[in-house]
Ligand binder design. Structure first.
Ligand code: F1P
Length: 592
């Protein structure tokens, strides 16, 4: 039995926030070992059972699969009557970005089949959050409900899918609650990866319910198939709480399987059965095997990216088709997870917003980080590329190879630190001249060019997600942004992240909750003495103040470990550019 399942293992934390025993020493691993550990963690997505008692549901549990069958039938019904119906997916951070990816790509598939589009997405913070973290809206149930109400005006039937990996986002809780007040129109669905009893139960500022209480009401409706909670347990994340990893991948797997099964039933009159859904799970498991069969090459890229980040260089993903979107999604998560600067890791999409098909259209005037087309890469980035920057092209051999070659040659004139991650098919050849432009190539081989009926690039997207997650997680580990398997420099920009930060402080310093809270607030407000106004402010105000600060968590950690002033903590951090080394040095000194 896995250690983390035992009752005494981090009992106050839900599974999605627990630390994974597999990756306890990932901070000290080399690139190859990091990839090996991530591979093993990702394999847990497909685990058939966690223990002999079946204490936790898994992705292949009968109860989970049955609900997926039900939902696929709902999708089929909506396809039959698209005019007054809608499938809305909504979430915060990565969950919202996946809602966007799925809605736009499945609408794209329907367009090719000349069928009305039925998918819609909502992301907390609006489309700006597709590219950068806008975590604070995550805390507003009212905003969530309002955005859903507006999106569904005039619709007679809505399948609403709220995604919150930790079953924690108030934004999503507000939407589910709204659905349950309008059951004549809505069928509410929640996707997350904790048992209901571990869903977040903290009071939500200005709202009478908690996420768990909303789910408890949903459980009643679930008995009559009026609502659905899909919450298999995937085991703790490789980096504690980093739900973009397994949580994000499993969200994609679950929803694509439901939608594709619904499409097959409608377009090809296929029966939706349990076996049908299980077959898809096997296909995704193969994607895991195929992807990680390239572990050595992934590790090579992890090493290169780590070296770039260590030298304060930048990482640029330049992608074609939906693989460009995978790059943007991966890049956007580095800010809250590793405290990265918005410029550290960036993604670029071939035709920019023309291809993105996002709700709010072109956002490039919002700021430089919102210029995401290849043209912007050429104009804004290429002229300033330095030796320490690394550029990774992401494409499949059925993309426009001439365009790829042109940009690759143009990039090569500026830097040789240019690499390719591509998907290969037997029907397509990779021109030797193009191959030569890259200093390394990582190729993932597939048996055939994917078809529209198979969801086109969905397998390649997941494969790319795993590769990029490994690259950015591994790169930041090598940069010293992780201690054991905890985020050392996370951005404290919403209530969930605030709580996670206090938990990390308590864990590593063994200080009380109130001492940890005090140090965190000192770091957030950048003061030696907290005023009454600061201590009395609510958590949301703290997170707003934290959003403008850097190194909040490391500073608080050093204050507690060294029992020192904030100015001393900051100068200790300044003395060690690598945050993990600074914290280790303080820990070692405190044990003398
Ligand atoms: C949503 C989310 C994560 C992000 C960060 C803050 O989480 O925005 O995507 O990585 O941890 O929260 P969830 O609602 O899907 O659990």
């Amino acid at each position: 039995m896995e250690t983390w399942i035992t009752a005494g293992y981090e009992p106050s934390l839900p599974v999605t926030e627990k630390s994974n025993p597999l990756t306890r020493d990932i901070d000290k691993a080399d690139a190859k070992h990091i990839v090996h550990l991530l591979k093993n963690c990702d394999a847990e997505i497909f685990k058939k059972e966690w223990d002999a008692h079946g204490s936790y549901q898994t992705l292949s549990s009968e109860s989970v699969i049955q609900k997926m069958v039900h939902l696929a039938k709902k999708v089929e019904e909506i396809l039959k009557d698209p005019e007054e119906s809608l499938i809305v997916m909504s979430g915060c951070g990565t969950s919202g970005r996946l809602a966007f990816l799925l809605a736009t790509s499945f609408n794209g598939l329907l367009k090719e089949l000349q069928h009305d589009q039925i998918y819609y997405y909502i992301i907390a913070g609006g489309d700006k959050a597709l590219l950068t973290s806008q975590e604070s809206t995550e805390d507003s149930p009212q905003r969530g409900a309002e955005m859903l109400r507006m999106a569904c005006e005039g619709k007679k039937r809505v399948l609403f899918i709220g995604i919150s990996c930790g079953l924690s986002a108030p934004f999503v809780a507000g939407q589910i609650d709204f659905c349950m007040h309008n059951m004549n129109v809505f069928t509410p669905v929640v996707i997350g990866f904790n048992p209901v009893k571990m869903a977040r139960n903290e009071p939500i500022c200005g709202w009478p319910l908690t996420f768990r209480r909303v789910l408890k009401r949903m459980e009643e409706l679930q008995k009559s198939n009026e609502a659905f909670i899909i919450n298999p347990v995937l085991g703790p994340e490789a980096i504690s709480g980093s739900s973009r990893l397994k949580g994000g991948s499993a969200t994609k797997i679950v929803l694509e399987t439901i939608f594709l099964a619904g499409h097959e039933a409608f377009f090809s009159s296929k029966n939706i059965t349990v076996q049908h859904i299980l077959n898809w799970m096997e296909i995704y498991k193969d994607v895991h095997t195929v992807t990680y069969s390239q572990s050595d090459k992934i590790a090579f890229l992890v090493q290169q990216v780590g070296e770039s980040l260590q030298q304060s260089g930048h990482v640029y993903y330049v992608g074609w088709s939906s693989l460009g979107v995978m790059g943007v999604i991966d890049a956007s998560e580095c800010i809250p997870t590793f405290g990265a600067d918005i410029e550290d890791v960036r993604g670029f999409i071939w035709k920019g917003y023309d291809e993105l098909k996002n709700n709010e259209g072109d956002l490039s005037s919002v700021g430089p980080a919102f210029r995401i087309g290849h043209v912007d890469f050429v104009n804004d980035i290429l002229p300033h590329v330095s030796k320490s920057d690394i550029i990774i092209f992401l494409f499949a051999l059925d993309d426009d190879l001439r365009d790829i070659e042109t940009l690759a040659n143009q990039t090569k004139l500026k830097t040789s630190n240019l690499h390719a991650v591509y998907h290969a098919y037997p029907e397509c050849s990779f021109p030797i001249d193009l191959k030569k432009v890259f200093s390394s190539v990582l190729s993932v081989a597939w048996p055939a060019v994917p078809l529209v009926s198979e969801g086109y690039h969905i397998k390649q997207e997941l494969s790319t997600k795993w590769i990029l997650n490994a690259i950015s997680t591994g790169g930041h580990i090598l940069k010293g942004k992780i201690y054991c398997n905890y985020m050392l420099d996370l951005k404290v920009t919403n209530t969930k992240l605030f709580k996670r930060a206090v938990n990390i402080l308590q864990k590593f310093t063994r200080c009380s909750y109130s001492e940890s809270l005090k140090a965190l607030l000192q770091a957030i407000y950048d003061v030696e003495e907290l005023t009454g106004a600061m201590t009395d402010a609510d958590v949301i105000e703290h997170t707003i103040a934290a959003s403008t600060r850097t190194r909040v968590l490391p500073t608080a950690l050093v204050i507690l470990i060294r029992r020192c002033s904030i100015s001393e903590a900051k100068s200790r951090l300044d003395a060690h550019p690598v945050i993990r080394e600074a914290v280790e040095a303080c820990l070692a000194a405190s044990q003398d």
